[in-house]
Design a protein around this ligand. Structure first.
Ligand code: ARG
Length: 460
């Protein structure tokens, strides 16, 4: 196929150069966006008088024919094609002839083209990712509302800390995903700006109106600086960051699922359809979805760091290094589009052993803070209350008792202010109900946050 450049070169490119330079094996996914850009560009050319009305319609017809050939699989990249832009232009020339086909490139460069197409691709996939995020958030919220009073041990440092509601814990994994949705929405505003019309770097000289292209492509305003428009990839990196953050947020939940489904925890069971077996150990049921989600978070972070590293030392304006923006971010998209549906299915079908969770909730003296809080409500300074509760824990630990089990006399011996009415707060439900501050684990507060979460969730 005819190259986009070559006149000033004596021979063709060395095969090693061609092999290194070629990007069609990954940028072919941009082919339909490239055609949409060409339709829009043809309109701008016609509006500026560079194409007659007849030429314009022949151009659109030729581009439609290319779309048909792409869809049918007739049009594929050949080894001679450097990138998707060159391949499609060569194909256009073969459909509409060199006279008309040769006119489309006027006033545009692959530099402003590619900067636009990657935005279009990411905007579309941000929609897909956001729908999958909503499904996952709904799955978590569904489990939370199905278990309004299930209690469990809340942990810090992975040690028993204070009893909490399972719903509260689950929703703590949903809120970061809601913020990821907000991040995508906010990113979208920046991603919608249009680089088309910036040319190679210095802007257009043919009187084309970039607003026509932007409007046709459903983008926002043309970018105000042609150098920035063709050379910056912060919008791509920002998408890669949000993708990495989603990966990390899902991975944190994955780690809980992996722990909860161990024999030692025994808090949750995976549905057969969402767990895997072992090739040698017949009894095994493994949390592979959670593990792959956790593993792929590393890959998403790697895509972000790789891309940022590519960008960090680049001089203005376009440099070929920028071709390296695509594979990592395409991989991030593909990874999320695989992980999120599987993870949502796993969460939707998870079952909980709520009796076991409740039984373990008060273990490890997790009600000790309730003793201290009770004393504070009686007017004891917290530092002293902490000491008294600590002495009670020690007393109980030495004798193998729970906090409510010492006699009234034992309480009094530990401290006269430790009166028997303390036992009223030494229940899991009492402890949970008492944490009724904003955002707390009391059932009324958890119901409130579930309603707030549901109201906050909407796709882009
Ligand atoms: N394939 C390139 C990219 O992905 C776009 C082409 C720009 N090439 C050039 N020689 N100016 O960034």
């Amino acid at each position: 196929m005819a190259k986009l450049w070559g006149a000033r070169f004596e021979g063709g490119p060395a095969p090693e150069l061609a092999a290194l330079s070629r990007s069609t094996h990954f940028d072919w996914v941009l082919a339909f966006y490239d055609l949409a850009g060409s339709h829009a560009h043809a309109k701008a050319l016609a509006a500026a008088g560079h194409l007659t009305p007849d030429e314009e319609s022949a151009m659109h017809a030729g581009l439609d024919e290319l779309a048909r050939r792409l869809e049918s699989g007739e049009l594929v990249a050949t080894d001679d094609d450097e990138d998707v832009h060159g391949a499609l232009e060569a194909a256009l020339v073969s459909v509409v002839g060199p006279e008309l086909g040769g006119k489309l490139r006027a006033g545009r460069s692959r530099n402003d083209q590619i900067a636009t197409l990657i935005r279009m691709y990411l905007l579309d996939h941000a929609d897909v990712v956001s729908r999958e995020l909503v499904r996952l958030i709904d799955a978590i919220a569904g489990q939370a509302s199905a278990h309004p009073d299930a209690a469990m041990p809340g942990r810090t440092h992975l040690q028993h800390a204070q009893p909490i509601l399972l719903a509260h814990h689950l929703l703590a994994h949903a809120w970061p995903l809601v913020r990821d949705l907000e991040r995508l929405r906010d990113w979208r505003g920046r991603a919608q700006a249009s680089p088309y019309g910036a040319g190679a770097l210095a802007g257009g000289a043919l009187g084309l109106d970039p607003a026509i292209v932007a409007r046709e492509l459903n983008l926002g305003e043309p970018l105000p600086n042609s150098i920035d428009a063709t050379s910056a990839r912060d919008v791509v990196a920002e998408f890669a960051y949000v993708a990495a953050q989603i990966g990390v947020d899902v991975s944190r939940f994955a780690e809980d699922v992996i722990l909860w489904t161990t024999r030692e925890f025994g808090f949750a069971r995976l549905d057969d359809g969402y767990s895997t077996g072992s090739s040698i150990m017949p009894q095994k049921k493994n949390p592979d979805i959670a593990e792959l989600a956790r593993g792929k978070a590393g890959r998403l972070v790697g895509n972000l760091t790789g891309l940022l590293t590519t960008l960090k030392g680049l001089p203005l304006a376009y440099n070929r290094d920028l071709q390296e923006d695509k594979e990592p971010v395409f991989d991030s998209v593909a990874t999320l589009e695989l992980v999120l549906p599987a993870f949502a299915g796993m969460v939707e079908t998870l079952t909980f052993d709520t009796d076991r969770m409740r039984a373990l909730a008060p273990e490890g003296f997790s009600l000790a803070t309730d003793v201290a809080d009770h004393l504070v409500r009686q007017g004891v300074p917290f530092r002293e209350a902490h000491e008294i509760a600590g002495a009670l824990v020690r007393f109980c630990e030495e004798r193998g008792l729970q906090l409510h089990e010492p006699t009234d006399a034992d309480y009094a011996a530990i401290d006269p202010r430790l009166t028997p009415d303390v036992r009223a707060v030494l229940t899991v439900d009492g402890s949970i109900a008492s944490r009724s501050g904003i955002g707390g684990t009391a059932p009324s507060r958890v119901a409130e946050q579930l309603a707030a979460l549901t109201a906050a969730v909407r796709p882009l």
